[in-house]
Design a protein around this ligand. Structure first.
Ligand code: DAH
Length: 343
């Protein structure tokens, strides 16, 4: 028995099959009903009890080794087989890589910036976590002025004289630009803004704005109107029209709200334009002299205009997506519908 165990051990050590069929044949020869090891176990039942301890141990050892060897060889051949398949057919088309597409908000943001770049504006960005000075005080919002309530703010630290908060508009970047640059200044400032509002189809606590600012020696309201008209015609087509309505913002005087003619109903009235034929797209106005002075610009020497628009709103007009929440859910079925090509 000892000899047969030793020779089986040797066979296991040197077993190197070339095919899975060889492994199966080997398994049957060793472990099958009439296999070598099965016979040895049968024989074991009737050996001298004094020898049982030694042979019992050895038989169990060799049985485990046989199972391990068979499994290891099976795996080795399966792996080699799979490698063979993928390397063999070099004419097989490659797997398609899913690269995704640009987000619709990124597409519109880029379009807006490109139009203003052509008019000589440069792009400025600023921090999303801001202080009260840059979001409110420097923009002529007096301390307890109700205009601060127009923009429900997420405060991070409301304790100090200059609280820290999430910016409610990108007008804060106007201030930062005026603080560090001398006129002429001609910038557009894109970015995310945050307001403490309940999320619905028409409102969201996060959205995107593009702010514009032009300051120079002799900037007039006519310049503002012309720049907006050029922008709207580039964005919505050469027949687009604008309408300015008087409005109020603490940082501009005079202030206006700008409407564009509704391209969804063509002016006949629909539920998007609330049957008026016009859609509001931005706020604008002449920079209030107090705002220029707060940032160290001489309001006797310089004048300027500013405007601010919501990117989601422009995107909605472009593609008639009526529910703002879709822009933030990132459902691939929604995102892949927009042009803009691959990343
Ligand atoms: N900051 C305003 C808002 O978030 C938008 C705005 C209005 C910006 C008038 C301007 C402006 O620069 O002149 O509602």
């Amino acid at each position: 028995m000892r000899d047969r165990i030793n020779s089986l051990m040797q066979e296991l050590d040197t077993f190197h099959p070339a095919t899975p069929a060889e492994v199966e044949e080997f398994r049957i020869r060793i472990l099958g009903k009439k296999g070598i090891l099965t016979a040895l176990f049968e024989e074991f039942k009737s050996i001298d009890p004094a020898e049982k301890r030694e042979f019992g141990k050895q038989l169990n050892l060799i049985k485990n080794k046989a199972l391990e060897t068979i499994n290891a060889q099976k795996e080795r051949l399966a792996f080699r087989g799979s490698k063979k398949q993928t390397t063999e057919d070099l004419t097989k088309p490659a797997d398609i890589l899913n690269t995704g597409s640009r987000h619709p908000i990124s597409i519109v943001r880029r379009e807006i910036l490109d139009i203003f770049r052509k008019m000589g504006f440069t792009v400025q960005e600023g921090p999303e976590i801001e202080d009260d000075w840059h979001v409110f005080s420097a923009l002529n919002f007096p301390a307890d002025h109700p205009a601060r309530d127009m923009q429900d703010t997420f405060f991070i630290n409301n304790g100090s004289d200059n609280p820290v908060l999430l910016r409610t508009h990108t007008s804060s970047v106007q201030v930062r630009t005026m603080e560090k640059q001398k006129p002429p200044i001609r910038v557009v400032c894109p970015g995310r803004v945050f307001r403490n509002e309940a999320i619905s189809a028409r409102a969201h606590c996060i959205f995107h704005q593009v702010e514009g600012l032009y300051i120079d020696g002799n900037v007039s309201f006519a310049d503002l109107k012309q720049a907006i008209l050029l922008f709207v015609r580039e964005m919505f087509g050469s027949s687009a029209k604008i309408r300015l309505r008087p409005s109020y913002f603490p940082f501009t005087e005079p202030s206006a709200e700008v409407d564009v003619n509704c391209n969804i109903c063509g002016g006949t009235g629909c539920n998007i334009c609330k049957n008026t034929g016009w859609l509001e797209i931005m706020g604008a106005g002449m920079v209030d002299p107090n705002v220029l002075e707060a940032s160290g610009i001489d309001s006797k020497k310089y004048t300027g205009y500013a405007f601010g628009m919501g990117v989601e709103r422009i995107a909605m007009l472009k593609w008639q997506v009526k529910d703002l929440r879709l822009y933030f859910e990132n459902d691939v079925r929604f995102l892949e519908q927009f042009e803009g090509g691959l990343l």
